[in-house]
Design a protein around this ligand. Sequence first.
Ligand code: NAG
Ligand code: NAG
Ligand code: NAG
Length: 438
Amino acid sequence: MAHFLTYLLLSFLIIYDSLGLSQSNQFCDAGVGYPESTCGFSSSSSSKLLIKGGTVLNAHQQEVADVYVEDGIIVAVKPNIKVDEDVTLLDATGKYVMPGGIDPHTHLAMEFMGTETIDDFFSGQAAALAGGTTMHIDFVIPVNGSLVAGFEAYKKKAKKSCMNYGFHMAITKWDESVSREMEIMVKEKGINSFKFFMAYKGSLMISDELLLQGLERCKSLGALAMVHAENGDAVFEGQKRMIDLGITGPEGHALSRPPVLEGEATARAIRLAKFVNTPLYVVHVMSIDAMEEIARARKSGQKVIGEPVVSGLVLNDSGLWDPDFVTAAKYVMSPPIRESGHDKALQAALSTGVLQLVGTDHCTFNSTQKAFGIDDFRKIPNGVNGIEERMHLVWDTMVESGQISVTDFVRITSTEWYDFIGTVLFIVTFFCFQIYSL
Ligand SMILES: *[C@@H]1O[C@H](CO)[C@@H](O)[C@H](O)[C@H]1NC(C)=O
Ligand SMILES: *[C@@H]1O[C@H](CO)[C@@H](O)[C@H](O)[C@H]1NC(C)=O
Ligand SMILES: *[C@@H]1O[C@H](CO)[C@@H](O)[C@H](O)[C@H]1NC(C)=O
């Protein structure tokens, strides 16, 4: 198991490393347990590093090679590189050398359900780095419906960052000004992916009419539309039904929003995206029902991307039935963690390419915050962790079990994001670089 995981993580992308250099100082300043020497090394103005003899992995191949890095930029990858004496040597014999992970779905410092997630851009990123993830894409939440105000707020939140990141934007209501601001995001701020909520009736949910307009807008801007796919009206009914039955504990959360509602909304979003003729990215695919809709659409040639999250891949709903509220509430997220069987099916879909890349939906609340819903599951802040654990859990669950190869591991935890989003993400990354240097 974990002893196999003797890899070294390396950011192959130049932009990461140019960011990494300036930020590692913040780690040192914050004194988060990094030895002095590491800090000194990372922040030196000119550094030369040779990583010798490791098995270098990317999404397509693996070979035993040396990696030569100068000032944070990979200069050469080939066997037996000869270097001068001033180069720091790192022996990677018997280890894998691979790109750092990219988590495409996180929520750091997010205000939600009357509170704010407990991981901010520093603590969440520190956890990510500890687990081998070197970049994440977070969702900007508009302020009072304003995308520009939301963007400004997130720029402030992200000031304490210690690694690279990008932004998607959530769309929480729809009107002319939102439509106008989407263009500003794409053309001036480098945000090119927008998430629409088909759930959270009364707060974030938008109607089909508005979803259609949003999809059209994404198409005209060349942006990527993402959906949280659950039928919000039916979830609302399901919740009422549970409360009427006197089921107020965390298990009521899962019972009130079964897989069929995720399947329905996924199918609807896919068909509307087909009608508009624009690509669709379905976030946190948690059930067989949703996965099968994606499989069908992809088979017919439609451009649909399915993102499972690590909690859905490795957990089942048994935690939600724990008699201890504190334990059970930890498992509350939406769509819910499903009963056993969905996890294995999602793993299989990932290994056959029906689903493409793994996120986390990292959105953490502590037990005090989760206890807001002690008498009513509807008030438990939704969210689980994963930003630190994702790489290890995918390795253990997918690679160790023989379901995917080590090169597939690199693809689904890291490079697939770039393959899809390509130029889109480049703009986002470039923009981040700009905010860092403010
Ligand atoms: C949101 O908008 C409403 C009305 O447009 C306004 O009264 C309120 O102060 C705004 N809230 C924030 C946080 O800007
Ligand atoms: C469900 O999850 C629990 C807790 O992780 C685990 O002990 C159990 O084996 C799982 N059930 C199945 C059928 O896999
Ligand atoms: C949870 O976080 C809140 C806000 O930071 C804090 O007041 C509270 O003490 C924390 N609870 C626990 C159990 O750590």
